[in-house]
Design a protein around this ligand. Structure first.
Ligand SMILES: [Zn+2]
Length: 380
């Protein structure tokens, strides 16, 4: 079987297995797809390690030994997908011209297939790379990133390549995210005598204005690859009925972090802002809840060895090797926060991920397979 035939076969097989994250409707633990990945590695005489997260949910790692003791390069892709509402035949891979359609085609089964086949190709040719190569098929990326958290336990590696659809650009920076709630409490009274009560909605209005004014400043802090931090108040809920002065109001805030911003420091900043506002307005009683989402930004140093290696391989293929930024989150930021220089590189476009007609371009997929294989050989 040619490399290309095998690659398309593996991608088709992966799409054919429902691996919707169990958090989403119609989802299930990833054991069926992971059994496939494990069988694939074993059929190519590649050593396999499983890391159990919980029953039915394990990361699967294919390992090819390297020449240099202690040197290890990680390739990581996630095997779960988002849901398939309104999709027609999401698990029936369909080839049309230069495209393969199906749930996960670009996010993230194209990248996963390319990594698996690149490892198998080295094995088949009897090539021993300098670094030990791990190809990790991780669970639970599309919901809580618990697969990569499990991978990080006791991990040792020199660098990581994470598959996400970047159209074969090397992404070294992405935004992080912090989400939390602020509640304002008031005193409920009959709305015919509002002066006897304290309106939580009016209090929240002043807080919202303060947040909005403060957010103008964010535009002055642009990162070269990912742009400015942003703050969005995405939800608000308050009051009980129209003739009662409201005694509660709550908002949910989404604050996107740029590289260099530490989630703790950003959260403390907003706590202090609310404290100052309460000092100025003694009637205002606001309570900040701890964040319910904390996702680190990704920033890999441009002088990291992996950046130079990826750039040189992309140049070999006549592609743009300049580092790029991305706005989406991925496992890469967790690996990077764990101390492992990480870049994101994969076939397909993020614009097609999570859509009802998700697809990956076949020429990009094939090119990516060759890029991964050369990276496996060259990293030293
Ligand atoms: Zn993804």
């Amino acid at each position: 079987m040619s490399d290309s035939t095998q690659l398309l076969q593996v991608l088709g097989d992966l799409i054919g297995i429902n691996s919707v994250n169990p958090f989403y409707p119609g989802g299930r633990p990833e054991q069926t797809i992971q059994a496939y990945v494990e069988r694939f590695f074993r059929s190519h005489s590649i050593e396999v390690v499983r890391q159990e997260l919980e029953p039915g949910r394990s990361n699967v790692i294919g390992i090819l030994p390297g020449k240099i003791p202690g040197l290890r390069l990680l390739f990581e892709a996630h095997c779960d997908t988002v849901g398939v509402e309104r999709m027609v035949a999401p698990f029936e891979p369909r080839r049309e011209g230069n495209r393969v359609y199906g749930r996960g085609a670009c996010d993230d089964k194209g990248g996963l297939a390319a990594m698996m086949c690149a490892l198998a190709s080295l094995r088949q040719r009897g090539i021993t790379p300098s670094a030990e190569i791990w190809v990790v098929s991780a669970v639970d990326e599309e919901y809580a990133f618990r697969g990569v958290a499990r991978l990080l336990e006791g991990l040792r590696a020199d660098a990581a390549i994470v598959a996400e659809p970047t159209e074969l650009r090397m992404v070294i920076a992405s935004k992080g995210c912090l989400r939390w709630r602020i509640a304002v409490e008031g005193r409920a009274v009959h709305s015919s005598k509002p002066h006897l009560g304290v309106s939580a909605i009016n209090g929240m209005a002043r807080l919202l204005v303060a947040l909005q004014e403060d957010s103008r400043e964010l535009e002055n802090h642009a990162h070269a690859l990912v742009g400015s931090p942003t703050l969005t108040v995405g939800r608000i809920d308050g009051g009980t009925q129209v003739n009662i002065v409201p005694d509660h109001c709550i908002i949910e805030i989404d604050r996107r972090l740029i590289p260099g911003e530490a989630p703790d420091a950003v959260f403390s900043y907003y706590c202090a802002l609310v404290e100052r506002l309460m000092e100025r307005e003694p009637q205002l009683k606001a309570r900040i809840e701890p964040p319910f989402v904390v996702d680190y930004p990704l920033e890999t140093e441009t002088d990291a060895a992996i950046v130079a290696t990826v750039a040189s391989v992309l140049h070999d293929f006549g592609l743009n090797g300049e580092p790029a930024g991305a706005v989406f989150g991925s496992d890469a930021s967790k690996l990077s926060a764990g101390g492992f220089p990480s870049v994101i590189l994969g076939p397909g476009s993020i614009d097609n991920a999570h859509t009802v007609d998700e697809f990956v371009e076949v020429d990009q997929l094939e090119r990516c397979f060759e890029i991964y294989r050369r990276l496996m050989e060259r990293f030293a």
